[in-house]
Structures are given as C-alpha cells and as structure tokens.
Design a protein around this ligand. Structure first.
Ligand code: ACO
Length: 383
C-alpha cells in the first residue's frame, strides 16, 4: 500500500471506470449512457432504460418488443420460490425478503461470466417476488403476473390485485427509471466487489441489497415519512427540525456524499410529488424541506447540505399508494437494472477488487507467556 491514510469512507476515491452512469456531483447532473436521466425518466419506459443500462443503447422498436416478450415471460416465480414466500419468518422485513428472494432466484446459477440472459430474470422477477411475499405476509394469495402489463404497472397490479391508475403507474415508472442506477454507490460497489471474485450474480445482487438496506443509503424514504408525521404541521417544522439537530439526529432525505448542489433526482421527484401528493402532504413536505435546508445551512455555513433523492421519493411512493414498509424494497426492485448492468460491466473486464488498508494497530508485540496451561491433548478412549 502506498503510504498515508485514505480519505474517510473512501470519499472522492475513484475505484474504477464505468461507461454506464455519470454522476456530476459539483454541477448536479446525472446521465445514463450519456442521456440526461430526468429527460429519460419522463420519456422512456423502465424496460427501455434497462436495455440502455445493460446494452449501452436505447432499443429500437423491434428490439424493445423482443425484450418485452422475453422479459414478461420470465415474470412468474418458479413454483417452489412462490411457496417459499409464505414460509419466511414473520419477523422478516421487506429488504430481508428482497435479499432472500434474489438469493433463491439465483439458486444453482452457473459460473461467471454472466450474460444479459442470466441477469434479466432477477430484474423481471424482483417485483413478483416482493408482491407475492408482501401479500403472503398479510395472509393474501398471490396475484399472478399479467403479461399484457408493463413492468411497473405489473408491480402495482400484483401488489394490489387490481389494475393501477395509469397516471400513478406512470409516476412510479418515472421513479423507477430515475433510480435505476447511480454510479459507484455503496450497493453497486458491493455488487462489483462480489462479482470480481468470479462469484455468481445472485450473490452480487444479495450483497447489493444488504448495502442498500441501511438508512445512510436506501433505507431512508420510509423514515422521511416518519419525520413528516412527527412534524405534523408546516408551522411545527422549524421547531421540530431545530430539536432534531440539537439532539444530533440526522435529517432523513438531506445530504449526499457526491452532490454538492441539489440532487437532480430530488428536483424531478419534487415535481412528481407536487402533482400527485395530497396538497396538505406536499405543503408539509415543502415546509420541512425549507426548515431543514435553512437549519443545516445555519449549522454548517461552509458545507451546505441539500436534499437527496430520498426526501421526495418517500412522498411520491406514498402518493402512488405503496405501503410505507415497502419503500426501500421498491427502491431495490428499481435498482436491479443498475446492479445488473454493473455486474455485466465488471465481468466483461474483470480484475479482482482487493484494496488495501493502512494498518493502525499495535506493532511487533512479543507473544506473552500463557497464564493458563493449554488444553491437554485428547486422551484416547479405552477400547
Ligand atoms: N442531517 C444532519 N446532519 C448531517 C446530515 C443530515 N442528513 N448529513 C450529513 N450531516 C452532517 C454530519 O453530521 C457531519 O457533520 P460533522 O462534520 O459535524 O460531523 C457532516 O454533515 C458530514 O456528514 P458525513 O456523514 O461525513 O457525510 P457523508 O457524505 O458520509 O453522508 C449521507 C452522506 C450518509 C447521505 C448523509 O448526508 C446522511 O446521513 N443523510 C441522512 C440519511 C439519508 O438521507 N440517506 C439517504 C441517502 S441517499 C441514497 O443513498 C440513495
């Protein structure tokens, strides 16, 4: 290892190359394969965005049709996996269910290097698995996938058992595209580390879900709504935020490791929330946003913090009717496309990811005299 300590949390460290997503932290931009992510989210279906991430190009109409038909045919869960959904322990949390589901969906998966056809089943089945597990956890039977519906509508359909409102499904689709990838974030890096050992894609996806689960990454959107509920009214926002910061609590949905300005995803999600949230919910969210930004600016004038993607993501997911407990798992379902793209990219030009660490422990200590005698050698049993 070259001398010196690495930046804490690897901040600013470039750990590899990628041609998938460019995150412009200083200017607040996000591009997927060169296309501006918010424009994509407003114009393409999740299936098209997935093809773009995996293949590098948007699909032609015939390629899209072909992709849709193979994708939708994959949606149904293998029967033994569907059965498993009803057998997970009652205490299982949605992200744990997602972790388990992606793991079993890759059972016995072949060796590296993975191909697109190996990854597509994870993307296609993740919503089916989460919907099936969620319904089973509420004592409800599964809703079989409908192959005439797009990926995101189908997710809502399998959760609720009725056709979704097309506008709400489209709002959720914008969320799905927007969150489909985000450069070398913690979960993606975890996936790439796993696949770099020539392990299988299910192990990489499982590791990614584990990383996404934490509130410093994808575990925050439900907590944002908990915060809005605790604040209660716009008038209470300032006092509540000041109290939280005085207790040294972190404000969920604020701050980002890479963006030094507004997170571009937050800006679009805010507009979606404005359209679909109940007006009083949106007004409360805006009041908390303003109170949070101004309190954080006062507390840290030289390092202002901005909204991150999770703040209005919580409001959008609530507005489209998703249960709060499924927010993080829904984020994970949307991110499977990005993880898959990174698994393919890592595998195509692989070298084991094995960094080093600056050792800071004690050096060259003599082994002390043992104060107790080592265990006696096993005495042979009498014949
Ligand atoms: N509320 C209050 N203070 C904050 C917040 C916050 N949301 N975010 C950062 N800070 C403060 C920290 O306390 C720290 O203060 P200090 O220097 O006085 O110790 C300083 O800002 C720097 O914080 P770090 O944790 O070093 O910043 P980092 O880049 O590691 O954090 C993170 C990024 C984890 C997102 C952070 O801003 C945070 O915890 N936010 C709240 C949780 C959240 O919104 N998570 C979703 C992230 S988005 C995503 O991953 C999809």
């Amino acid at each position: 290892m070259v001398g010196g300590s690495p930046p804490s949390g690897l901040e600013g460290v470039v750990v590899g190359e990628t041609a998938i997503t460019r995150v412009g932290g200083e200017e607040g931009t996000l591009h997927f394969r060169g296309y501006e992510a918010r424009s994509l989210a407003q114009q393409v279906a999740y299936e098209e965005a997935t093809a773009l991430l995996l293949r590098g190009e948007l699909p032609s109409p015939s390629e899209l049709q072909e992709l849709r038909s193979s994708w939708y045919a994959l949606r149904a869960l293998p029967p033994e996996v569907e059965l498993l959904a009803g057998k997970l322990p009652r205490a299982t949390l949605p992200m744990e269910a997602l972790r388990t589901g992606l793991s079993v969906l890759g059972a016995g998966m072949g060796p590296s290097p993975p191909r697109e056809a190996d990854l597509l089943p994870f993307i296609a089945r993740a919503p089916t698995w989460i919907a099936t597990w969620y319904r089973a956890s509420k004592g409800l039977p599964p809703v079989p996938p409908d192959t005439t519906l797009g990926h995101v509508s189908s997710y809502l359909y399998m959760l609720e058992g009725r056709l979704p409102d097309p506008d709400l499904a489209r709002a959720l689709e914008e969320y799905f595209v927007l969150l489909s990838d985000h450069g070398m974030n913690a979960s993606t890096f975890a996936a790439r580390v796993v696949v770099s050992t020539l392990s299988d894609p299910a192990s990489a996806m499982t590791a990614a879900v584990g990383a996404l689960k934490g509130p410093l990454h994808g575990g925050a959107p439900g907590l944002v709504l908990d915060m809005l509920d605790a604040v209660g009214t716009p008038e209470n926002a300032e006092t509540w935020i000041e109290g939280a910061l005085a207790r040294k609590d972190r404000l969920m949905g604020f701050g980002h490791r890479v963006y030094k300005v507004d997170d571009p995803r937050a800006l679009l999600l805010k507009e979606i929330a404005r359209r679909y949230a109940r007006p009083e919910r949106f007004a409360l969210a805006e009041a908390v946003e303003q109170a949070g930004l101004s309190a954080l600016r006062k507390a840290r004038p030289n390092h202002p913090l901005f909204l991150n993607v999770e703040f209005y993501a919580g409001v959008v997911l609530e507005s489209v009717g998703l249960p709060r407990e499924l927010f993080s798992a829904t984020f994970g379902v949307a991110r499977t496309a990005g993880w898959a793209a990174h698994i393919l990219e890592q595998s195509a030009n692989n070298r084991l990811i094995r960094p080093d660490a600056a050792y800071t422990g004690p050096k060259d200590r003599p082994v002390p005299q043992l104060s107790v005698a080592p265990p006696a050698a096993a005495v042979p049993r009498p014949a």
